[in-house]
Design a protein around this ligand. Sequence first.
Ligand code: PSV
Ligand code: MN
Length: 427
Amino acid sequence: MKLERELIFTHNEKNGKKHGDQFQQLTDRLTGKGLSVEQIIKDLGALQIAIPSWALGTGGTRFGRFPGGGEPGSLEEKIEDVGLLHSLNRSSGAISLHIPWDIPDDYQDIRNLASSFGLKFDAVNSNTFQDQPGQEHSYKFGSLCHADPHVRKQAIAHNKEVIDHGIKLGSESITVWLADGSSYPGQHNFRKALLRSLDSLSEIYQYLPENWKMFVEYKPFEPGFYSMVIPDWGTSYYLSTQLGPNAYSLVDLGHHLPNTNIEQVVATLMMTGKLGGFHFNDSKFADDDLTVGAIKPYQLFLIFNELVYGMHNNESNNPSLAWMIDASHNIKDPLEDLLQSVEAIKIAYAQALIVNRELLEDYRDGHDVVMAQELLQDVFRTDVRPLVAESRIRENAAFDPVGLYRELQIRKRLIGERGKKTIATGL
Ligand code: PSV
Ligand code: MN
């Protein structure tokens, strides 16, 4: 399904007056503080957040799954769904594929389809966390870290194959999330498991085309219940520095133990030039994969505060980040949830862009703890939604993406086209 541009223009016209007044009020306030509203709108318009192919269907837990219907049953339909999101918000201009779930039949057709929606291919992802039908060796006891060289070889070959698919699609990075770990004390020799993983990753790294990056994702728990081979940013940083200049750490917000200071992790990784990618989601307990900003919007803002500081003070040449949502939608329409997540990200980014950094540094240098906190909280409590909406309108996206999605009854139309029972691949 493709959205006709006219529908967006009519929707924007209908909301024009209300939006205009709110935007003017905010512009006056921000201009009064010496900020360039035009620059912020430009920065917001440029932000593109990739959508993972596995987030377009209904997610579930090991207890059950309740699909809502109209899910994309093929790679083509997944691309169409991301195209829909992108036409509503103009900020979802890339799709991230997971192999073997998303192997194209015809690469050129898939590339043409994606570009007809204005989409690029973001990082490709390997999967050695599940056994595939017909696979010779099992990953039950690990993949890149496995004690048996035959299993490692198979897992390395899979990652190389993922790179091959990515090259044919015009992707320029691979994300490796290693599910390898142990579930019981004594099961792993930690040092050997890590060194074997490093060896395997090096072989994959050697295979990367020159212009490619490798992102090493970390996670402290699950599926390993006792230990994970790459549990934290320190281990990921160690691996990426050992691998070489094109390897980077990837932060997934759900992959931290409770109360981890993620904004500090971001600051340190960017300071060392080793932050490559970002997976957004939110969580109450663990890797809950909830809508971005649903639980801890202040933390999200503090993270963006560091990201923006890192982008503006980039002595260590940290590359531009690969932004992606990595969430699952158990009880919501996945497309609505993704629209909400993108909006939350843009709000946090907009807020970070209006932080008066010089003043903040003065407060810090003067040990004025109270005013430093006041400054950040004043920004966080500023309703920047009119700025985000203005940037959207200027990009020919919808003033209210979720509102328009509902108004046009898009899910109902998708169910009409694809049926009630289609199931997208994913977790
Ligand atoms: C693992 O929890 C993860 O965050 C990794 O990014 C995977 O590739 C993705 O979720 C989907 O399984
Ligand atoms: Mn992730």
